[in-house]
Design a protein around this ligand. Structure first.
Ligand SMILES: *[C@@H]1O[C@H](CO)[C@@H](O)[C@H](O)[C@H]1NC(C)=O
Ligand SMILES: *[C@@H]1O[C@H](CO)[C@@H](O)[C@H](O)[C@H]1NC(C)=O
Ligand SMILES: *[C@@H]1O[C@H](CO)[C@@H](O)[C@H](O)[C@H]1NC(C)=O
Ligand SMILES: *[C@@H]1O[C@H](CO)[C@@H](O)[C@H](O)[C@H]1NC(C)=O
Ligand SMILES: *[C@@H]1O[C@H](CO)[C@@H](O)[C@H](O)[C@H]1NC(C)=O
Ligand SMILES: *[C@@H]1O[C@H](CO)[C@@H](O)[C@H](O)[C@H]1NC(C)=O
Ligand SMILES: *[C@@H]1O[C@H](CO)[C@@H](O)[C@H](O)[C@H]1NC(C)=O
Ligand SMILES: *[C@@H]1O[C@H](CO)[C@@H](O)[C@H](O)[C@H]1NC(C)=O
Ligand SMILES: *[C@@H]1O[C@H](CO)[C@@H](O)[C@H](O)[C@H]1NC(C)=O
Ligand SMILES: *[C@@H]1O[C@H](CO)[C@@H](O)[C@H](O)[C@H]1NC(C)=O
Ligand SMILES: *[C@@H]1O[C@H](CO)[C@@H](O)[C@H](O)[C@H]1NC(C)=O
Length: 857
């Protein structure tokens, strides 16, 4: 087809006219403010043909024109479509080093630029420790390098790393990347096509504290959607030894899968390259080395999570590259159950409950098995764990098939700040608002806070508590138990584990108490109504920790000192008040030969005494061998006081108490005694009179029987070796015979060799000197030299105190302590001893010598 020769010149003329009109309309001025630090370059495009000159100041240009701050430039293009030939580059430096950073919305300045393809470049220089955050109003999606965006608007984000530019990525508008954080300087370019109507940069600049890594990319998902993301500099490698993190914000009702599409691994010289997932409630780091891709991709993640890649020190000769390309796909869950419960905590006070879903596969670190998601009052905010406060009612939806793996952990606080105004009683029972739910209560903790002038009493009147002592096979096997500890400033006393079905009726403690009920399995659902724990606030007592118990006949009750594993705290005392019903005999046994503590300061004691004010007291010191067994016919105390132990050997003791019927042969003996009553009445009266007198003298330091292992001697009190079994109103004939039995028993059942073979009575108690010359029957079996006999008689109360005075300037209690073996120690004075920091130890042989010399003098 031949062109029409007349039409072509006509068309050319017409086009020229149009071009001239456009030229007139297209005259532009670019004027840059001196202070704005913006420069503009008018550049020939890539496809530049010399067809569209730039006219300025009467000249035509085909090369780049640069306008600097403070300059003004008037120009026009000599063609109707300059956008085909020319582009604009607008560069702005933002200096955050020498002055304040202009934070906030970043403007597209200057305005009114010609309609050409524009590239805005922002270079932000900042301190290497300063984090910078770009927050996008229209969220972005990442594209591969070289790809273009549908609307031809492209962001390129880079970071400065040791004067190098690192490309964090190319992004289009319309996606899920909501924020990008970089460290220490940033460079961002925004490409806008010539016909774009955009009048804002679409992002804000903010300053943040150091992020301690190359960058953090935050992607927020609101609906079913997916995002493709890649490591910095992709497809080249992440800079050596750098860390890069993605944060994914996913609502709880959606599930996310991570799909790794491509990766390369560097050759590490030092350290490992790592891929770290922080899934809800779980962070797992996995060396990239040999990673099984199929396993590594977590799926069905509920809620927000993180993913990081960590580079290594690469081998210079063959560095390889660490690169990662992955998708995150977010969708609604499929095949999930949906169970809704009303949890009504309106009647509960000061209670917080955490409901959580146990991961069904605790060992699987990578595939997050969230079990169930729990949604409160809406299906939007679903999490694997929620915390509810009391006083409200909640509609809780569990997104799973059943509630088998759902657990409740509750914390109940009972605080009293003023004893007068506090409620004195609380029932420590898991409330029905929780027990009636088909969800297992895993732990229920009462945090009881009390002022310093209050003791807390825990009672279990019906079930009575048993202490869990596995090494004595006294084991809590029920569906729940209680862990009890008391905290006073600077000290935690762990009383141990207790469960129903024992002998302990009451525990009285000083300090703030934590009681945790822990359940064991679904049996709890049947047992939960049987709870029986009560708390009372009682006025302060001198004793720090008292256990009151009534053992059941014929059962063995094992007891253990608090802080069993760590040892009793220094100077702490623990008291057991053991009730012995009428016609029963309690047999007390120590399960160790000695107290087992090595004292650094002070001494540790065990004091055992019946409630009867006239009863004898058994005192054992830390360095003495303990009696194997003691028999008690009345309610009695076992008091253990710690010293300041040396770090190696701490005080941890176990005891056993059994109740048996009172022996029949006692009656026979009484019968025999009654037969000889005429003979003995006179003697008894004498003993009675003298003892009464002595007791008066001795107060307030009751008599003690001490078994002294160090010197292979046994130091009885006046009547008994370890105890006295006598009711105040009973005759002393009875008592004497009774003691005979006790001694006999000791000789029979006590296997302590010293007792039988070398057992020497060291009658340190001055009281004994005035007793009738009827030595305890036990002495008949011992090979006691006559000199000892004489010392037995001569040492008096006053002598005891004389010995004590060997440590001058000390309290009397100190003196008592030094001679505790002689039976002058009251529990009160032991208390004081506990606080004595500078007690002077007098070696036992010294006491011997001393008493010996007394004897001679
Ligand atoms: C402009 O940029 C230069 C070089 O980056 C810098 O030294 C100067 O402080 C900047 N001025 C302003 C006003 O930002
Ligand atoms: C302007 O940008 C478009 C794509 O956004 C491109 O096709 C065109 O070549 C560019 N113009 C110039 C002069 O580079
Ligand atoms: C964003 O992208 C989605 C598809 O990826 C598209 O349906 C939607 O229209 C886009 N929105 C805008 C504002 O471009
Ligand atoms: C940008 O343009 C929109 C309309 O497209 C207008 O509503 C808005 O006010 C403009 N913003 C600025 C800063 O000029
Ligand atoms: C994966 O990486 C390899 C090597 O870098 C490259 O050849 C390949 O094209 C990449 N595949 C995708 C889907 O990016
Ligand atoms: C809880 O559910 C009940 C009915 O099942 C409904 O009446 C109540 O409004 C719901 N409460 C909330 C806070 O969603
Ligand atoms: C649970 O089920 C109810 C009705 O069956 C439905 O409206 C609700 O969206 C479900 N919740 C979720 C989180 O699937
Ligand atoms: C319950 O949680 C709230 C808020 O977390 C806290 O202030 C309160 O002390 C907690 N109460 C108990 C009893 O733990
Ligand atoms: C109470 O003791 C248990 C161990 O029996 C311990 O795990 C817990 O942390 C203690 N609680 C407090 C508040 O000290
Ligand atoms: C209990 O704790 C509170 C505060 O935590 C403290 O003020 C109070 O003295 C503690 N009570 C005792 C007996 O230690
Ligand atoms: C044991 O302690 C209790 C309570 O303080 C006290 O009444 C009793 O006399 C003490 N017993 C002995 C043997 O120290």
């Amino acid at each position: 087809m031949a062109p029409d020769r007349r039409i072509v010149p006509l068309l050319t003329k017409l086009l020229l006219a149009v071009e001239l009109i456009l030229q007139g309309a297209g005259a532009d001025e670019i004027s840059l403010h001196r202070n704005h630090n913006i420069s503009v370059r008018i550049k020939p495009g890539i496809m530049f043909l010399k067809t569209c000159p730039l006219r300025a100041g009467g000249k035509s240009y085909f090369i780049e024109q640069k306008i600097l701050p403070g300059q003004s430039f008037n120009f026009a293009f000599d063609c109707p479509t300059p956008e085909k030939y020319w582009v604009l580059v607008i560069e702005k430096n933002i200096d955050c080093m020498s002055g304040p950073c202009p934070f906030g919305d970043v403007q597209l300045h200057p305005s009114g630029l010609p309609r050409l393809n524009k590239t805005f470049v922002w270079e932000v220089t900042a301190d290497p420790l300063v984090g910078l955050e770009l927050k996008f109003s229209t969220w972005l999606s990442q594209i591969m390098p070289g790809e273009t965006c549908a609307d031809r608007v492209l962001y390129n984000i880079g970071s400065r790393l040791h004067a190098h530019r690192v490309t964090i990525g190319n992004f289009c508008r319309n996606g899920s990347v909501s924020r990008v954080k970089v460290q220490g300087g940033l460079s961002l370019t925004l490409q806008l096509p010539w016909d774009s109507k955009a009048n804002s940069s679409g992002f804000k600049l903010e300053s943040r504290s150091s992020i301690q890594r190359l960058c953090i990319i935050e992607a927020t998902f609101q609906n079913e959607s997916s995002a493709t993301l890649m490591s910095a500099n992709y497809p080249s490698g992440l800079p050596e030894d750098e860390l890069m993190t993605w944060q994914f914000i996913v609502p709880g009702n959606l599930r996310a899968d991570v799909i790794i599409r491509n990766y390369t691994r560097p050759k590490c010289e030092r350290k490992f390259d790592n891929l770290v997932y922080c899934l809800p409630h779980l962070c797992t780091s996995h060396g990239f080395r040999g990673l099984p891709l199929g396993v590594l991709q977590p799926s069905n993640i509920a809620g927000s999570f993180n993913l990081s890649v960590q580079g290594c020190d690469q081998d210079d000769r063959n560095p390889g590259a660490l690169s990662l390309l992955f998708d995150v796909a977010v969708r609604y869950p499929k095949n999930e159950g949906n169970i809704t419960l009303i949890i009504d905590l309106r009647k509960d006070w000061n209670l917080n409950i955490t409901i959580y879903s146990k991961p069904t596969k605790p060992d699987s670190h990578l595939i997050h098995e969230h079990g169930c998601l729990i949604c409160v009052d809406s299906n939007k905010n679903c999490k694997p764990s929620v915390t509810l406060e009391s006083k409200y009612s909640y509609n809780v939806t569990f997104l799973c098939m059943n509630l088998e793996n759902i657990r409740i952990i509750a914390e109940h606080s009972i605080a009293c700040w003023n004893f007068r105004s506090c409620t004195k009683f609380s029932s420590l029972v898991v409330p029905t608002s929780l027990t009636r739910l088909p969800i297992l209560v895993e732990r229920y903790t009462w945090k009881i806070q009390a002022p310093e002038d209050v003791n807390i009493e825990i009672r279990s009147p019906n079930l009575k508590l048993k202490q869990h002592i596995p090494d004595q096979h006294q084991i809590c096997t029920g569906s729940y138990n209680y862990a009890i500890n008391a905290t006073t400033p600077g000290k935690i006393v762990i009383l141990g584990l207790f469960c129903p079905g024992g002998a302990i009726e009451k525990i009285q403690m000083k300090g703030n108490l934590t009681i945790t009920l822990k359940t064991y399995g679904r049996r709890w659902f049947n047992d939960s109504h049987k709870q029986d724990l009560q708390m009372f606030l009682i006025p302060i007592m001198p004793e720090e920790c008292i256990f009151s118990l009534t053992p059941e006949p014929k059962t063995k009750v094992y007891l253990q000192t608090p802080n069993w594993l760590e040892g009793m705290p220094p100077y702490m005392s623990v008291y057991w008040n053991i009730s012995v019903p009428a016609k029963q005999v309690a047999r007390l046994a120590f399960l160790s030969e000695r107290m087992g503590v090595t004292c650094e300061k002070g001494r540790a004691y065990i004091n055992i005494k019946e409630h009867n004010p006239n009863a004898d007291e058994t005192v054992c010191r830390d360095d003495q061998i303990l009696p194997k067994t003691l028999e008690m016919r009345h309610h009695f105390w076992i008091n253990i006081t710690n010293c300041k132990p040396s770090a190696k050997k701490l005080l941890s003791m176990q005891l056993m108490v059994t109740l048996t019927q009172e022996k029949k042969d006692l009656a026979i003996i009484i019968g025999v005694v009654v037969g000889g009553i005429a003979v003995l009445t006179a003697i008894a009266l004498v003993i009675f009179y003298i003892k009464k007198k002595n007791r008066k003298q001795e107060k307030p330091t009751p008599m003690v029987g001490v078994y002294n292992s160090n010197v292979n001697t046994q130091l009885p009190g006046r009547q008994g070796l370890f105890q006295k079994n006598r009711k105040a109103n009973e005759s002393h004939i009875y008592a004497v015979i009774d003691e005979d039995m006790v001694y006999g028993h000791l000789l029979d059942s006590s296997t302590i060799p010293e007792t039988a073979e070398v057992g020497v009575y060291r009658p340190f108690s001055g009281a004994i000197s005035t007793t009738p010359p009827s030595p305890p029957p036990f002495r008949k079996a011992s090979k006691v030299p006559d000199t000892e006999e004489s010392s037995f008689v001569l040492v008096t109360d006053n002598d005891n105190y004389t010995i004590g005075h060997h440590a001058p300037g000390e309290l009397q209690s100190n003196g008592d302590m030094n001679v505790s073996c002689k039976g002058k120690v009251s529990s009160k004075s032991l208390h004081e001893n506990g606080e004595q920091e500078n007690s002077v130890e007098l070696p036992l042989n010294q006491i011997h010598d001393f008493s010996g010399s007394e004897t001679k003098s």
